[in-house]
Design a binder for this molecule. Structure first.
Ligand SMILES: [Cu+2]
Length: 154
């Protein structure tokens, strides 16, 4: 093997290595059925619900969230304290590789605290989810009144 073909072979291995590296480092999230609950204007907090899918090969650790509509955006879940259902903040939300997590009104949800102004039906709200590497994922959810015929029990 002459020197030129040897160098070419090494270059090929290096570029293959970076191609594989870039694919594993590229973390990706998508959401479906996103909506934010419309509540009476006196209520200063509300929540967003959606299905979130991690299409990448590695777990994504979401550590914070941000939106212009409220002072704070937090990951919450519901826990039973005695016989009372209450909300607690989750320090992070892990979306496992190739999996979907459902955020719904009885479980995990994205909580908007201290809304700057009352929301309106069909308003498009943008929010960002930020992972432990500082990567920001931008999404939009529409404000929607709760279905009065729903049979959810809380
Ligand atoms: Cu909450």
């Amino acid at each position: 093997m002459n020197l030129i073909s040897k160098k070419f072979k090494i270059a090929t291995y290096i570029s293959l290595f970076y191609l594989l590296l870039s694919q594993t480092v590229y973390a990706q999230l998508s959401i479906e059925q996103a909506h934010i609950r419309l509540l009476p204007p006196v209520v200063k907090n509300t929540a967003a619900f959606f299905n979130i899918t991690n299409t990448s090969e590695q777990d994504i650790h979401l550590v914070s969230a941000h939106s212009n509509i409220s002072e704070l955006v937090e990951f919450h879940t519901h826990v039973m304290k005695g016989n009372i259902m209450s909300m607690v903040q989750l320090p992070k939300l892990v979306i496992p590789a190739k999996e979907t997590i459902t955020l719904n009104s009885g479980g995990i949800h994205l909580m908007f605290l201290n809304l700057h102004s009352p929301l309106k039906a069909k308003q498009a709200v943008q929010f960002e989810l930020i992972d432990n590497a500082g990567k920001r994922y931008s999404f939009t959810a529409n404000v929607k009144a709760e279905n009065s015929h729903s049979h959810h029990h809380h």
